[in-house]
Design a protein around this ligand. Structure first.
Ligand code: IMP
Length: 197
């Protein structure tokens, strides 16, 4: 079996392991640090697409190796798509999950439309060509935090068709339906179909 090598442009070890599991053994994901890149990868754009492309282009320009990057946001309808691309730093640059959730619940106080979705965009650069993949999971924002698992906004996000929050699901259950799981599945399908690209 030929193994395809790609850099996944993240320094988050947990995410790296999770995505490696999702793409399967025939695709070997390297890290930026395998190529001596240990600094924060720049993400200065105001869209998920822009950030994913910026990160992938940064790694490709430094290494010349095919690579991909992802960016995710929670988009809340009644807040005109906020926090969106600013999800990690909604309540400030500290990336404090609890503070982000508190602010979200505060901004939704008294609002009955709690429709929201997580959206992940993956930018792939393979042999210099760029491709984008998107994964979406629709749901709603709960009135209060529920469940202990997961990370980020998981305790207040209930996916459509379920009566529990993301924070009450096992990782496998969440990956099956999540924004990131769906985007990575599209990426993996593309890579498997285009192994000779
Ligand atoms: P990233 O682009 O994957 O780093 O995600 C940006 C931010 O979106 C994170 O810091 C979290 O606040 C939020 N986020 C992304 N994915 C999830 C998820 O699966 N559950 C809950 N929050 C998430």
């Amino acid at each position: 079996m030929d193994v395809m090598k790609l850099i996944f442009a993240t320094n988050n070890k947990h995410k790296h392991e999770e995505v490696q599991k999702l793409v399967g053994d025939s695709i070997k994901l390297a890290t930026p640090s395998d190529f001596g890149i240990t600094e924060d990868i720049p993400e200065n754009q105001n869209t998920l697409e822009g950030n994913a492309l910026e990160k992938a282009r940064y790694i490709f320009s430094k290494t010349g190796v095919s690579c991909f990057a992802d960016d995710t946001g929670l988009e809340v309808r009644a807040l005109n798509g906020e926090p969106g691309v600013y999800s990690a730093r909604y309540a400030g640059t500290g990336k404090d999950n609890n503070a982000n959730i508190e602010l979200l619940l505060e901004n939704l106080q008294g609002i009955t439309d709690r429709t929201a979705r997580f959206r992940t965009v993956i930018a792939l650069i393979i042999n210099g060509k760029e491709f984008l993949f998107e994964g979406i999971v629709a749901g709603e924002i709960l009135l209060k935090k529920t469940g202990e698992g997961g990370f980020g906004y998981d305790p207040v996000f209930k996916p459509d068709g379920y009566e529990i929050s993301f924070a009450q699901m096992s990782l496998n259950e969440k990956n099956d339906i999540s924004h990131r799981g769906r985007a990575v599945a599209k990426l993996a399908e593309f890579l498997h179909q285009n192994e000779k690209l």
